[in-house]
Design a protein around this ligand. Structure first.
Ligand code: PAF
Length: 274
């Protein structure tokens, strides 16, 4: 396994792969790797001859400086993790490498002012900037994204459609703990008690969803969702949206429940298919 920090070296290796006719799968990450990342890596290794993963904590997508500082980092473990799961290249660039002085910013224009975009202004601009740059540098055949960050996935779908016609986006289902919690790097920030509370919350959410009439329209269902979440101390959103276009139109059959809640200062997001 190679650990490469600069674009020049990276492209030398990637070009050598391409010369040999190898297909390249790419998994973008911000490190603190877990089983959710493993499923993306495994899928890429199954589909391609070579798998590259990037580890870059992209400050531009943190709308809160404290959140950036507190984001989990565990380099040594990440290297071992990638090695164990047959990654061929880790690309771990510096901020200067990704954003040189002449870099021209782009902006996200999709799925604006709803869900995470409403509560984390500028977050998705940061995401599309880093991905636009990384996709241009790496030029992989396929790229792998988890469904846990569903709004991100939909935004990336549009970025790829508009700017990267030769890149295939592969969505991968969310990996959950046996208690039903979506795996996330941020989970490591929860105390035991917070994790226990989060598990109970998740179980109540599943109960709540199970008892809804799937033919109900989203306006009606969201009234019930509002009622359900009322007593919960801190959340950004908790609502059903159409899984295709993230609108509030249609019925529960074609929807997902989206939520962003807080456990102390840790913000946790998930989306659940009905
Ligand atoms: O989902 C993430 O970890 C990040 O948003 C991504 C896609 C690696 C961009 O920094």
């Amino acid at each position: 396994m190679l650990i490469i920090k600069d674009i020049y070296n990276l492209q030398t290796y990637l070009n050598a792969y391409r010369d040999k006719g190898y297909s390249i799968g790419y998994v973008p990450t911000m490190g603190a790797l877990h089983e959710g990342h493993r499923s993306l890596i495994e899928k890429s290794c199954n589909d391609n001859q070579k798998t590259i993963i990037s580890i870059f904590i992209n400050e531009k997508q943190f709308n809160d400086a404290q959140d950036f500082e507190a984001y989990p980092r565990n380099k040594g473990d990440d290297y071992n993790f990638c090695d164990k799961h047959n990654v061929d290249i880790i690309f771990e660039p510096s901020a200067e490498e990704i954003y040189p002085k002449e870099y021209k910013s782009i902006q996200n224009s999709h799925f604006k002012n709803i869900l995470c975009d409403q509560y984390r202004p500028g977050h998705f601009d940061g995401v599309v900037n880093v991905l636009n740059r990384l996709f241009n540098i790496i030029e992989s055949n396929k790229v792998y994204f988890g469904e846990k960050d569903f709004q991100q996935l939909k935004i990336v779908e549009n970025l790829i459609k508009e700017n990267f016609p030769n890149l295939k986006l592969v969505p991968v289902s969310t990996v959950r703990s046996t208690e039903g919690i979506a795996l996330s790097s941020r989970n490591s920030k929860l105390s035991k008690k917070q994790m226990t509370d989060f598990i109970s919350f998740q179980k109540e959410v599943i109960q709540f969803i199970t008892h809804l009439d799937k033919k109900a329209d989203l306006i009606e269902a969201n009234k019930k969702a509002e009622e359900f979440i009322k007593s919960y101390e801190k959340f950004d959103y908790f609502e059903f949206r159409n899984a295709t276009n993230l609108s509030l139109e249609g019925s529960l059959v074609e929807a997902r429940l989206f939520y962003a809640i807080y456990k102390s200062s840790v913000r946790l997001i998930d989306n659940i298919r009905l």
